[in-house]
Write a protein of this length. Structure first.
Length: 178
């Protein structure tokens, strides 16, 4: 059954659990099968400017700090490390089972194919890098997904960007019952 995008923050379904991941640190796993097109999580956190994001994370000695940031548009970044929920633990894969959609300034994680019970949720981070690529970025943001199509890094060139942006729902999303 299709459902509209909720007006309030999307609550985490009970069938999604955060636990250890084979990719990196923690991940989000489903305890039951999820059909393609299911709206699963909302990426929440503090909304900051790009300048604030750069000040907080670009110079961070923590190699993974930057991946908690999610660019919404030219002026806004969501810092999942401050007030974020489970969506911040969805790991990167070059062959993902979910995608991140920007809808009316909000970020939603949606399944793009049927996901079996017990599987980890992943999406392609599509991290845009400054050009030319800083020497340490390929190593710092190395991909560990192990997919046959793995590009070896979470970083892409801006013209490779695949995440869709919209100002209204482009498609109906299914919402799993809790």
């Amino acid at each position: 059954m299709a459902q509209k995008i909720p007006a309030k923050a999307l609550r985490q379904p009970r069938f999604l659990k955060v636990r250890r991941s084979r990719f990196h640190g923690l991940g989000v796993f489903t305890s039951r099968a999820v059909p393609a097109g299911t709206l699963l999580l909302e990426y929440l956190g503090e909304r900051i400017t790009h300048a604030e994001a750069a000040e907080r994370y670009y110079a961070s000695p923590e190699p993974d700090a930057f991946v908690l940031l999610f660019t919404v548009n030219r002026s806004t970044v969501i810092d999942g490390g401050v007030g974020g929920r489970a969506a911040r633990y969805v790991n990167h894969s070059c062959d993902p089972n979910c995608e991140a959609d920007e809808i009316d300034g909000r970020i939603f994680i949606t399944s793009i194919r049927d996901i079996p019970a017990g599987a980890e949720l992943t999406y392609d981070y599509n991290m845009e890098a400054p050009q030319p690529l800083p020497r340490d970025w390929r190593r710092r943001y190395a991909c560990r997904c192990g997919a046959g199509r793995c590009r070896g890094t979470m970083v892409i060139r801006p013209r490779q960007r695949r995440r869709r942006r919209s100002t209204a729902p482009a498609k109906q999303h299914r919402r799993q019952p809790r």
